[in-house]
Design a binder for this molecule. Structure first.
Ligand code: SF4
Length: 220
């Protein structure tokens, strides 16, 4: 059996792979888009799929071309199976949306930059919304932020999978730096106390929101 090529996910046929190039917060710069189009044509990639995490999956390649594809793409390798932060999903926020009251793209980029590649007990997804309409699905991501006129609500432990869980609201209307600091402390506690492969939703069910908040020095 050959080693799995870097950043590749074996498909159900047992012989082809998918890769998910890193496109932070779902933004795809022109250069990346052009590189993707060139690679799809050059390697005759049969499937390009937009994922739920606002990423583009290239699917159906043989193992021997994966390294060449990464080389041609020139993007960072997207994490899709490892135990770490996989992506930060964000709505457009104040960059373009008329309802936006906070810079969700900027916040999500900052969080992704801080955490991408850092080992954690299980995979972690961020969801950042620029206003209370919550288009960034913040309540059903491991870490959620929602912009308000006064700052940021911070949510932890959400999940939209087979056993969905609404995340717990940790704090309201924090300024940008305080929100980032609270996310840092929450993930630090989860890193130290979570079991291997225990997603934040199961972790919160196990220890309870009251104990989690108390450990972070927050009122319930
Ligand atoms: S959450 Fe608010 S700011 Fe973000 S896209 Fe939706 S309406 Fe716009």
């Amino acid at each position: 059996m050959t080693d799995t090529p870097k950043g590749a996910i074996l498909q159900r046929d047992g012989e082809t792979y998918a890769i998910v190039p890193r496109t932070p917060v779902g933004l795809v710069p022109r250069e990346t888009l052009e590189a993707l189009a060139r690679v799809v044509q050059k390697y005759e990639i049969p499937i390009v799929k937009i994922t739920s995490g606002q990423r583009l999956a290239l699917v159906g390649m043989k193992a021997d071309v994966i390294d060449d594809i990464w080389e041609d793409l020139g993007t960072d390798i997207g994490r899709a199976t490892e135990l770490c932060v996989h992506y930060a999903q964000a709505c457009p926020g104040t960059a373009v949306c008329r309802f936006g009251v906070q810079d969700s793209l900027g916040m999500a980029l900052e969080l992704e930059k801080m955490y991408v590649g850092i080992d954690l007990p299980a995979k972690v997804k961020f969801g950042v919304s620029g206003c209370p309409f919550c288009c960034g699905e913040s309540y059903v991501r491991d870490v959620g932020l929602i912009g308000t006129k006064k700052g940021w609500h911070v949510i932890f432990g959400g999940n939209s999978g087979g056993k969905p869980r609404i995340g717990d609201l940790l704090a309201e209307n924090l300024d940008r730096d305080a929100a980032i600091e609270l996310v840092r402390r929450a993930l630090e506690y989860y890193k130290e106390n979570g079991k291997k492969r225990e997603r934040t939703a199961r972790f919160m069910n196990r220890i309870g929101a009251t104990q989690f908040k108390s450990a972070l020095g927050l009122s319930d």
